[in-house]
Design a protein around this ligand. Structure first.
Ligand code: ADP
Length: 296
């Protein structure tokens, strides 16, 4: 199944294939995903019961404080981790039902990843252009596409320079070009703080590149960011707090998410009214509820 190029439309399924039972246009579906790190006798629950659907062509900014679980979620979506519990579908395929070889193939053909340390995405001794060309290994090489991507990230003159002789910002831009070159256009682009080392102009270029990939190639993008310019430019925001999806935003409006057990996270900007650990009364309305702090 995962060998077939597929973008949008009805994906052919068979009763035995590990495909999603839901919308064929979902690029990502998390169903009660839990991620636990085990180190010696300590367990860290990095994600708890994450439910999330991202449709093909959406561009999502993943927000939240440090330690909330954003990078963990990105690693899961990259197929670099498998969930400790719950179910995860990438590109319509349930990850838990893929053996390692098929998961690696899905990653190589469909998922472009820009990890936080840009050097980790690159082969240091190879010139920039060869780094981009290498990403096309699963398909026929397209030199025009390599030049085009280098031009788009502002590295047209740097094609012959080895990646390890570039600045952090240049490496970051090259890493994005590599991710976008994957199989000529990835179905899913994942990026962890892709503008953290860039000035405003280079950052704006990166944002344009991500939006262009979504519009021109139908690429779905999930970007971990603290950069307001990035989150404002993308079509949707998802805020992770304490390992859960706390709120979601579209077109400038941020809405809290009612979790599977009815839990709602009070956003930090309202903590002065309803501090964590306080007690509240619930008052029903016709279209929802009000929480009022109970007097001491
Ligand atoms: P964020 O990207 O939002 O800063 P992370 O996903 O990196 O958050 O981390 C979520 C939680 O998981 C944190 O408590 C972090 O300390 C923990 N964590 C992340 N990676 C590991 C690991 N490899 N081993 C143990 N704990 C980890």
């Amino acid at each position: 199944m995962i060998d077939e190029p597929w973008r949008g439309g009805e994906r052919p399924t068979s009763p035995t294939s590990p495909t999603s039972p839901t919308s064929p246009t979902s690029m990502v579906r998390c169903d009660g995903v839990v991620q636990i790190y085990r180190a010696r006798d300590v367990e860290v629950v990095a994600l708890r019961d994450v439910d999330l659907v991202i449709d093909a062509g959406e561009t999502v900014a993943l927000l939240g404080p440090s330690g909330a679980g954003k990078s963990t979620l990105l690693w899961l979506l990259a197929g670099l981790l498998r969930p400790s519990a719950g179910r995860l579908w990438l590109d319509g395929v349930e990850v838990g039902r893929l053996d390692q070889r098929r998961l690696d193939r899905l990653r190589a053909r469909r998922i472009g990843t820009v990890l936080q340390n840009p050097a980790r995405n690159l082969i240091g001794y190879l010139p920039a252009a060869q780094n981009v060309a290498f990403a096309q290994r699963a398909v026929r090489r397209d030199r025009g596409r390599v030049r085009e991507l280098l031009r788009r990230v502002g590295l047209d003159d740097a094609g012959n320079r080895p990646a390890n002789r570039m600045s952090g910002g240049e490496q970051q831009r090259l890493a994005l070009a590599v991710a976008l070159a994957l199989a000529n256009a990835p179905a899913l682009l994942l990026a962890d703080e892709p503008t953290s080392q860039l000035d405003a102009a280079s950052g704006a270029r990166v944002i344009e590149l991500i939006k262009h990939a979504a519009q021109a190639d139908g690429t779905t993008a999930v970007v971990v960011t603290h950069d307001v310019a990035v989150s404002e430019a993308l079509s949707r925001t998802v805020t992770i707090r304490d390992g859960r999806v706390g709120s979601e935003g579209r077109r400038g409006e941020d809405l809290v998410v009612v979790g599977r057990e009815g839990a709602v996270q009070v956003p930090p900007e309202f903590h002065h009214l309803l501090p964590p650990g306080s007690m509240a009364r619930i008052e029903p309305l016709d279209d929802g509820i009000v929480l009022r702090r109970a007097g001491s």
